[in-house]
Design a protein around this ligand. Structure first.
Ligand SMILES: C[S@@+](CC[C@H](N)C(=O)[O-])C[C@H]1O[C@@H](n2cnc3c(N)ncnc32)[C@H](O)[C@@H]1O
Length: 278
């Protein structure tokens, strides 16, 4: 497991004997992101893509860590301040520090969490996510965000969709391009949850450190299986249509309710927000 703030490593962890077969010759975002976070669940192609991105935008490592810190603060806010007990976290990523179920259950042990990802390495880690949970429920769905109907049907086996749910889309929507109808996907997810539910999302920005972010996107799109579309403030704000953003509204991740001066100072280039369904 990676730890938030650990230095990036050049060593890949040995493949577990019972790991599913997956292609290690092409970079995949879950493993590239794991490298930026200082994890060891990555391979040469992932590290090469990650390093190319770092050369274009050196702030990406701190940006990824600031995103994890935002995730922790958003889940804490939702569980502690608003009383949310159900989370649908799509684009889970390889387990790191402060995973959603750990943060939510540290506030309320009866929290119910459904994770969704389409990466086989994340699937291989799902067992660890599920067994580490005590009380409540933690489930994992191997599915693509583009198949929102399938996700909602499976999630309904664990979550009660008559009660509020926090839909979490942290650093995933950049992998849906306009042909994937990302706004319709988010609208469908939010239509399935009742009033009092929340949307928490973060999204790489194309209008913060614009030149570096554009170059990083170019490089990742040449090397990584999952292509990226970074979006500007207005484009990200559109995902919250019909919802009520809580204070401070949409912000670069370090500016969203930072817990410490250090968090507030972190360089990052991700728009983020938490909004309530009226
Ligand atoms: C950059 S990581 C973010 C991980 C975590 N949400 C976080 O913010 O720390 C993006 C994750 O989304 C997953 N992902 C990308 N496209 C996806 C899709 N179409 N459907 C499901 N998962 C996807 C990747 O496999 C990866 O684990």
């Amino acid at each position: 497991m990676a730890s938030e703030g650990a230095p990036a490593s050049n060593e890949a962890a040995p493949e577990p004997a019972d790991a599913p077969a997956f292609d290690t010759s092409v970079a995949h975002v879950a493993r590239v992101y794991n490298y930026w976070l200082g994890g060891k669940d990555n391979f040469a192609a992932d590290r090469a893509a990650a390093e190319q991105a770092m050369a274009a935008f050196p702030g990406i490592v701190l940006s990824a860590r600031a995103n994890r810190a935002f995730l922790r603060r958003a889940v804490t806010y939702l569980a502690r301040d608003v009383g949310i007990r159900q989370f649908l976290d799509i684009g889970t990523g390889i387990p790191s520090a402060n995973n959603t179920h750990e943060v939510a259950k540290s506030v309320a042990a009866d929290s119910r969490i459904v994770y969704v990802d389409n990466d086989p390495v994340v699937l291989a880690h799902a067992r660890a996510l599920l067994t580490s949970a005590a009380g409540g429920a933690t489930e994992y769905i191997d599915a693509d965000l583009r198949q929102a109907d399938q996700i909602l049907a499976k999630a309904a086996e664990t979550l009660d969709f008559t009660r509020p749910v926090a839909v979490m889309l942290m650093a995933i929507l950049q992998h849906l391009n306009e042909d994937d109808s990302p706004y319709a996907v988010v609208a469908k997810l939010m239509a399935a949850v009742p009033s009092g539910s929340y949307l928490a999302l973060s999204h790489p920005a194309k209008d913060i450190h614009a030149a570096e972010m554009a170059e990083m996107a170019n490089r990742l799109n040449q090397m990584m299986a999952e292509k990226v579309t970074f979006r500007g403030e207005g484009e990200v704000a559109k995902f919250f249509t019909g919802l009520e953003l809580v204070d401070p509204g949409m912000a670069n991740v370090p500016d969203w309710r930072p817990d410490t001066e250090e968090e507030a100072r972190s360089p990052a280039a991700l728009w983020a927000g938490v909004a309530r369904k009226p």
